[in-house]
Design a protein around this ligand. Structure first.
Ligand SMILES: Cc1cc2nc3c(=O)[nH]c(=O)nc-3n(C[C@H](O)[C@H](O)[C@H](O)COP(=O)(O)OP(=O)(O)OC[C@H]3O[C@@H](n4cnc5c(N)ncnc54)[C@H](O)[C@@H]3O)c2cc1C
Length: 440
């Protein structure tokens, strides 16, 4: 069609997809961002929603609100289920066909349970807002049940098993202990809240394996101080509604299991007939386009981007954001008839927080921080990256309030669990750890 501007369709309004749309602002293309949800989610703070520290709206932002500041970008809410390569069209679950000239795939990742029996059915995942609210409600409901029937503590109603000692597992474990000891112990004065347990199960011999050894030790120490029970060098062999079975033959009665042990590319990747690498990630060339399909690009957790040494890049927000900006610039170069360039990830460091004034940070040039300094750096960085002034202000106010009062205002029981009020220790309704596109 003569005179028509090229159409760039972006699947996913997460860190990667949004970076593409923002970087294409003012470029002579029409951008259509497609997402199954109408909001951008700040996943790194999901654990604070799950532990009643923040409200869902604090860490999510309406995509239409973001895109209205980008005149050449529009939003379309749809679940993408495939691509018609011959017709260069996206296919949606509702049967729509969305034509594109350039397609950027940025649909992220889902939880991988590695076929562990019962994990997908009985463990919680923590990938989106629904998971976080379901987990928060379930946890609080266990306390309400025990308030009426304290004998249920023996059956694991106040025991949480977290599988996976990466940043998500560590952050959840620390936040849960603070919720139990500083907030719920006051809410339930007649209940023996000191008997509530948080256990962190990790296959490796330390937590936070991506961090420097000294930071791993610091994090483990901070967790133990908070009475998180560490089971290192141990894996989970089965999850049932009543208990978790471990590789050493032991079992723990537990009604709440969080699966934070694995990540897999979004199942959309399996439906596209493109080469996939480890964890189902789509194989990409150095410029992040799909080999043999120069108009198709993959950014973020969905793609198997590599660094200059050929090592797979981690599935982290900065990788997705930098990849998104790179792809937008590459599309621009293509339109200008210039060759694309290799993607070079600039690693500024990694950090994880364990709780109040306890965090670890490994910054570029080998600089390591722990304790209050790392915690302040973590707070500052998360506030800066969070989208929207209102969200930043709300999170800052909540954090200040929580810090001064040890309170967690968002401890509300919402969602389907609220209907299951039986005091019997029957299997609570759970949010499966499996891919949410198949679970909701
Ligand atoms: C609990 C948790 C904590 C984390 N903590 C950190 C951290 O501290 N630091 C860090 O750097 N990284 C962290 N990460 C990882 C980081 O969030 C991801 O690396 C990052 O979100 C990847 O960005 P993305 O754009 O690839 O995907 P996402 O941000 O996941 O966005 C994917 C988007 O695609 C949409 N989508 C998916 N499937 C479809 C479909 N079929 N059709 C339409 N739309 C679809 C989704 O709705 C979503 O909006 C954390 C992740 C989690 C889950």
């Amino acid at each position: 069609m003569a005179g028509r501007r090229p159409r760039v369709v972006v699947v996913g309004g997460g860190f990667g997809g949004l970076a593409v749309a923002r970087e294409l602002r003012g470029v002579p293309v029409d951008v259509l961002l497609v997402d199954q949800d109408n909001y951008h989610l700040f996943q790194p703070l999901l654990y604070q929603v799950a532990t009643a520290g923040l409200e869902p709206a604090d860490i999510a932002y309406a995509l239409r609100g973001i895109l209205r500041r980008i005149p050449n970008a529009h939003f379309f809410m749809a679940e993408v289920v495939g691509v018609d390569w011959d017709a260069s069209c996206l296919l949606t679950a509702a049967g729509e066909k969305i034509p594109f000239d350039h397609l950027v795939l940025a649909a992220g990742a889902t939880t991988a349970t590695f076929g562990v029996p019962g994990a997908a059915e009985h463990a919680f995942a923590l990938k989106d807002l629904r998971h976080a609210v379901a987990l928060r409600s379930h946890l609080l409901e266990q306390f309400e049940r025990c308030a009426a029937h304290p004998e249920l503590i023996d059956e694991g109603l106040l025991t949480v098993v977290i599988v996976g000692g990466g940043p998500t597992g560590v952050e959840m474990a620390g936040a849960l202990r603070e919720l139990f000891t500083k907030v719920l112990a006051k809410d339930f004065p007649a209940l023996e809240v000191w008997r509530a347990r948080v256990m962190l199960v990790e296959m490796a011999d330390s937590v936070l394996t991506a961090f420097h050894r000294s930071l791993q030790r610091d994090a483990a120490r901070a967790l133990k101080v908070r009475r998180v029970e560490l089971r290192l060098g141990t894996s989970v062999s089965r999850v049932t509604p009543e208990r978790v079975e471990l590789s050493d033959g032991s079992h723990i009665p537990a009604r709440t299991v969080l699966w934070a042990a694995g990540v897999r590319a979004n199942s959309l990747a399996d439906r596209l007939d493109v080469p996939q690498g480890r964890g189902g990630r789509i194989v990409v060339g150095p410029d992040l386009s799909v080999p043999g399909r120069p108009q198709i690009w993959v950014v973020g957790d969905l793609g198997a981007a590599k660094d200059v040494e050929g090592q797979l890049l981690p599935q982290l927000a900065p990788v997705a954001m930098q990849g998104g900006r790179h792809v937008a610039r590459s599309i621009r170069r293509r339109l200008e008839g210039r060759p694309t360039e290799r993607f070079r990830y600039v690693d500024k460091g990694i950090m994880a927080t364990i709780g109040r004034r306890a965090a670890v940070a490994q910054l570029s040039f080998g600089l390591c921080l722990t304790g209050s300094l790392a915690w302040l750096a973590w707070l500052f960085l998360h506030l800066v990256i969070l989208i929207g002034f209102r969200n930043r202000l709300s999170v800052l106010l909540n954090w200040t309030w929580n810090y001064l009062t040890w309170d967690r205002a968002a401890r509300l029981i919402l969602g389907p669990n609220v209907r299951d009020r039986s005091a019997e220790p029957s299997a609570p309704s759970r949010s499966p750890a499996a891919d949410r596109t198949t679970s909701t």
